[in-house]
Design a protein around this ligand. Structure first.
Ligand SMILES: Nc1ncnc2c1ncn2[C@@H]1O[C@H](COP(=O)(O)OP(=O)(O)OP(=O)(O)O)[C@@H](O)[C@H]1O
Ligand SMILES: O=P(O)(O)OC[C@H]1O[C@H](OP(=O)(O)OP(=O)(O)O)[C@H](O)[C@@H]1O
Ligand SMILES: [Mg+2]
Length: 446
């Protein structure tokens, strides 16, 4: 039921930057020189080396973009080309950008990095509060202004956009990085290799894209996708009618599952009403608590989950590779996100404990299941003066424990002689290097 259209796009190689010719940090060694500022000069060199090896030359737009469309619904529009950029906050007047197909299609004259954040809906507030908790507060003059900045990141513009437009604009090169639901990335990214998920679990916006059918009538005893597919009712003349806002993922999923007689229609909201109204037999929509399905007499079925989703931090591979500053800003945001999310739900406990030596105190602590900490307890002698001599009677111990086991940890600490327990929230836990950063570098061939 699903056909594919191929849009052939220009394969012109992105032009290199040729600014800052006199800067000593310029990295020479290719036909064009590229300037890599900031704390990652080695990354600049790596990019050049990768380009010299030949196989990693970045092309934009990609040679072809597959855009599927349902034979029963209207074709999806082709991906957008770069649009004329609005005047940026700091980069001066932006001139209209060339259209896709033009050799200058990569809008490199933009020097500021752009982050897209959801402008509305349930993702908007939670995204801002996550960033705030990472000490990356967004400064927005008023709520109807769609551009903002972050005082902590000097070369960054924040653009508030609808989630689907964030993904479209990442594809077109009008944004470099963004935060949206994984469902939106998958639906509007359509498998485009330029989109790279930098952080895949921001721990909010959790939901799943799922197929649901009525609990009643001919569906009463249908509980699996296989049983649904086997129903004799579905024929070429009378296919299973599914309504969904996910016109890419929906048809793709059912095609992969081998369902033949299916037709799709699309709607923007309140899809759960469609079966009762007789407009569709089933829906494919987001489910979180399941309340909306339940209230509309619908049920999920085994094998019917198309995708699990939560908020993700996503970037354009092309921007990461080519646009000055994107890699550095991505690194900083990623580090803060990872360190903050790792710290969420953990507390620091500081306590004093009598003991003969640090080792003996450590042995007592490590004998308790809830006191092992992240890598083990930190134990420091507490010096005091007695009879004119400096002595150590107490040791200060510092450990991180999960918030939910806090009280148990305090009890265990007391049982082995701990006193004066101080507990405070943790803001960040920075690891030596984040695994996601390593993964990103390897995805970029760096
Ligand atoms: N019920 C839900 N619970 C949790 N997260 C959800 C839920 N519904 C959607 N989401 C997540 O939030 C994102 C934005 O959904 P939201 O409903 O706020 O906006 P939208 O659907 O794009 O806009 P609108 O509903 O106004 O058309 C979704 O892409 C998804 O990742
Ligand atoms: O499983 P639940 O917790 O009930 O959530 C699921 C509902 O949430 C979303 O709708 P939304 O509230 O965004 O309204 P919309 O249909 O207007 O998009 C989604 O489209 C479902 O209808
Ligand atoms: Mg919605």
């Amino acid at each position: 039921m699903t056909a594919f259209r191929i849009f052939l796009a220009d394969t012109e190689q992105a032009p290199s930057r040729s600014s800052a010719t006199s800067d000593p940090r310029r990295t020479e060694g290719s036909s064009s020189s590229i300037f890599f500022p900031g704390p990652f000069p080695f990354l600049g060199k790596k990019i050049l080396e990768a380009r010299k090896r030949g196989g990693k030359r970045r092309r934009w737009p990609p040679p072809s973009i597959l855009v599927p469309f349902s034979t029963s619904g209207p074709p999806l529009p082709p991906p957008l080309g770069p649009s004329p950029g609005p005047t940026s906050l700091r980069s001066g007047a932006a001139r209209p950008l060339p259209l896709r197909g033009d050799p200058e299609a990569l809008p490199l004259e933009r020097t500021v990095v752009r982050l897209g954040l959801p402008s509305k809906g349930r993702m908007a507030d939670e995204t801002l509060s996550l960033l705030k908790n990472c000490q990356l507060s967004v400064r927005q003059v008023n709520p109807r202004q769609y551009v903002a900045d972050m005082p902590q990141l000097s070369n960054l513009e924040v653009w508030f956009q609808r989630p689907k437009d964030i993904v479209r604009k990442l594809r077109s090169g009008d944004l470099d990085i963004g935060i949206v639901g994984f469902d939106t990335v998958s639906e509007y990214g359509q498998g485009n290799e330029d989109l790279v998920v930098v952080h895949d679990a921001l721990e909010y916006g959790a939901c799943r894209l799922s197929l649901a059918i009525p609990k009643y009538g001919i569906f009463e005893n249908i509980n699996t996708l296989h049983e649904l597919a086997q129903m004799p009712q579905w024929t070429a003349e009378r296919p299973l009618r599914i309504v969904t806002g996910f016109s890419y993922l929906g048809p793709k999923f059912l095609k992969e599952k081998g369902l033949d007689h299916v037709s799709f229609s699309t709607a923007d909201g309140a899809l759960e009403a469609a079966p009762a109204m007789g407009i569709a037999d089933a829906i494919i929509d987001l489910v979180s608590s399941g309340t909306t399905l339940h209230e509309n007499d619908l049920k999920e079925i085994e094998g019917g989950v198309v995708l699990e989703s939560q908020a993700v931090f996503v970037a354009s591979r092309r921007s990461l590779n080519i646009r000055e500053g994107v890699l550095e800003i991505t690194h900083e945001i990623l580090e803060r996100l990872e360190a903050h999310l790792r710290a969420t739900g953990q507390v620091t406990m500081v306590a004093n404990m009598r003991g003969n030596s640090a080792k003996e105190v450590a042995e007592r602590i490590l004998s308790q299941t809830s006191l092992s900490g992240l890598q083990g307890p930190t134990i420091s002698p507490v010096y005091c003066k007695r009879d004119g001599k400096v002595v150590v009677d107490y040791y200060a111990i510092v450990i991180c424990v999960p918030q939910k086991t806090l009280y148990k940890s305090v009890q265990q600490l007391r049982s082995i002689g701990g006193s004066g327990v101080l507990v405070s929230d943790l803001t960040y836990i920075f690891e030596e290097e984040t695994p996601r950063w390593r993964k990103l570098l390897s995805q970029l061939g760096l």
